[in-house]
Write a protein of this length. Structure first.
Length: 183
């Protein structure tokens, strides 16, 4: 049921997430869904938790896979790619939870907890690897997070009229992070 809910969110957006749609996509009756989840919101909360656990694991495995890279700039480039890829690959699902979570305390807090966890881990890695200050590492995380959220919520043309390739944007992010963390 939760996988079906995430599939619907990822392909059609939050407006398409109904108990009937999840029933059809999962092959489970409406009654079985209501037996497990009191309502659409309960289903959405459980789906968000499943999604964020997967994203947290994906981010950690991608980051861990590049952490042993000796050269600092290459390491940062790969971290930027990993961060951007996680948000790009799951754009509509992130968008659904960010928009739904804005006014829902449970969704908002779970999203915030996930963001804080990622910030702690990312910042700790930058402090350990580059000897940067915790404040600079936090700023580096916020730059990447801001870019990722912008990408999740808006198409490029909704943000600015200036077309920039994803590679060029990543190159600029790399320069910004190098400046912030002092390498």
């Amino acid at each position: 049921m939760l996988d079906a809910a995430l599939e619907i969110l990822g392909s059609q957006g939050p407006a398409a997430l109904t108990i009937a749609a999840v029933s059809k996509a999962s092959g489970v009756s409406n009654g079985a869904i209501y037996h497990r989840f009191a309502d659409r919101r309960s289903l959405l909360v459980a789906a968000q938790d499943r999604f964020l656990v997967k994203i947290e694991d994906a981010w950690l495995s991608r980051a861990a896979a590049v952490w042993d890279i000796a050269e600092g700039e290459t390491l940062l480039r790969r971290l930027i790619e990993a961060f951007a890829d996680v948000f790009t690959e799951n754009r509509l699902i992130f968008q659904a939870f960010m928009l739904s979570g804005y006014d829902d305390p449970l969704l908002r807090e779970r999203g915030a907890a996930s963001t804080r966890q990622a910030a702690r881990e990312f910042s700790a890695l930058l402090v350990e690897r580059f000897g940067t200050s915790p404040e600079a590492a936090d700023t580096a995380y916020r730059i990447l997070w801001g870019q990722a959220v912008s990408t999740a919520l808006f198409a490029d043309e909704e943000v600015t009229e200036f077309a920039v390739s994803s590679q060029s944007r990543r190159d600029h992010l790399l320069r910004a992070l190098r400046a912030v963390i002092g390498i």
